[in-house]
Design a binder for this molecule. Structure first.
Ligand code: BTN
Length: 257
């Protein structure tokens, strides 16, 4: 059964089960729903991550998608993934005392383990109306034991890290409030202020990283994030390039795990 609630201008629709909250938010967008709808579900049967990956969505975790219709130039729209990431990092640091960090472009880590992921998707639902769906999944209370081994090794849940169960409704509202604030800053043309915070939370900057794109794998130094949200890396020959989509991890030295 769907339950609707209003919060800071958002209309939160809470469901027991969906395929993917992003998919449902897309349907809302296609049906001309206004911006500000938030779809959350206790579990997803086909949760999706970046690059076509699945997002395992057992009961206990927090899964939600925000429908936006940003009046922004495309270059600023690409900042929304990082904006959502910054909001999650700040909530985890301030309310849960966790040393959360951003892993460009869409992961939130605590002590090197992934606790949240963000999937932003854009769609034109008629010729001149553009919608963005910001999907956020947070590992809160769900058991990670049933997940594939490689995911288990790379992930952590907030309840394990803090030692207490997480109130998903409260966490949802905390993230929405912070996101709302950051999003208004971007809309007002001050995206650079959010970018400064993003850079502060991105621990890979200044480090040697392994970059895996659709077509190639290489090692480089992560130097900066540009005003459009692309990662600037420097190759060994000194050349710099902007990376838009890739998996990027800090290269560990022998003996580090
Ligand atoms: C990633 O890490 O690759 C992104 C994961 C995003 C998962 C969230 S859960 C809510 C929303 N619905 C989805 O199907 N995906 C996003």
């Amino acid at each position: 059964m769907a339950i609707a609630a209003d919060y800071l201008g958002f209309t939160i629709i809470s469901l027991d089960e969906v395929t993917s909250t992003n998919d449902l938010a897309r349907e809302y967008a296609k049906n001309n729903c206004q911006a500000g709808f938030v779809i959350t579900a206790k579990r997803q049967t086909k949760g999706r991550g970046r690059r076509g990956r699945s997002w395992h969505s057992e009961s206990g975790g927090l899964y939600f998608s925000i429908l936006l219709k940003p009046d922004l130039p495309p270059a600023q729209v690409s900042l929304l993934t990082l904006t959502a990431g910054a909001a999650v990092v700040e909530v985890l640091r301030e309310y849960y005392q966790l040393p959360a960090e951003l892993k460009w472009p869409n992961d939130v880590l605590v002590t090197g383990k992934k606790v949240a992921g963000i999937l932003c998707e854009g769609l034109f639902h008629n010729t001149d109306s553009f919608a963005v769906i910001v999907g956020i999944g947070v590992n809160t209370n769900q058991p990670l034991a049933g997940l594939p081994e490689e995911i288990q090794a790379a992930a952590a849940s907030l309840s394990t890290l803090t030692g207490v169960p997480v109130d998903n409704d409260l966490l949802l509202r905390q993230i929405l409030a912070r996101f709302h604030n950051c999003y208004q800053t971007v809309l007002s043309g001050c995206g650079c202020l959010i970018l400064d915070r993003v850079k502060q939370y991105t621990s890979m900057l200044g480090k040697i990283v392994n970059v895996t794109t659709e077509t190639t794998v290489f090692t480089a130094k992560a130097c900066d994030i540009n005003e459009h949200g692309a990662l600037i890396v420097e190759r060994q020959d000194g050349s710099r390039e902007a990376i838009w989509a890739a998996d990027v991890s800090i290269r560990l030295m022998k003996g580090e795990d």
